[in-house]
Design a protein around this ligand. Structure first.
Ligand SMILES: O=C(O)C(=O)C[C@]1(C(=O)O)C=C[C@@H](O)C=C1
Length: 93
């Protein structure tokens, strides 16, 4: 397959732009995934400290703050993203 086929572009120039931008997106996605993995690890530290002190895994008032933070920054889809992040960090509730 040519670069044009793979990108859906109609000209070689557009295919070059898309190929370069996709490389940047792949690098950004790698960094985002790394940050998510770091968030999961930090969240686990919090949850373990709370549980071993006799508390519960989940803290809903803090989750409301996290959801609000993402919604303010990213709008309604930010809420969905934060819910997915919270599920990755503490499992399904
Ligand atoms: O901040 C906390 O108390 C956490 O446990 C972290 C965290 C999170 O990943 O943001 C995870 C579970 C809680 O329900 C609330 C928030």
């Amino acid at each position: 397959m040519t670069a044009i086929d793979v990108t859906g572009a109609r000209t070689p120039e557009a295919a070059d732009v898309i190929t370069g931008a996709r490389e940047r997106i792949d690098a950004l996605d790698d960094r985002i995934i790394g940050l998510i993995q770091e968030r999961v690890a930090v969240s686990a530290v919090i949850q373990e400290a709370r549980i071993s002190s006799g508390g519960r895994r989940v803290n809903l008032s803090r989750e409301m703050d996290v959801l609000g933070h993402y919604r303010e920054a990213l709008g309604k889809p930010g809420t969905a993203l934060a819910m997915t992040l919270l599920e990755l960090c503490r499992g399904k509730i």
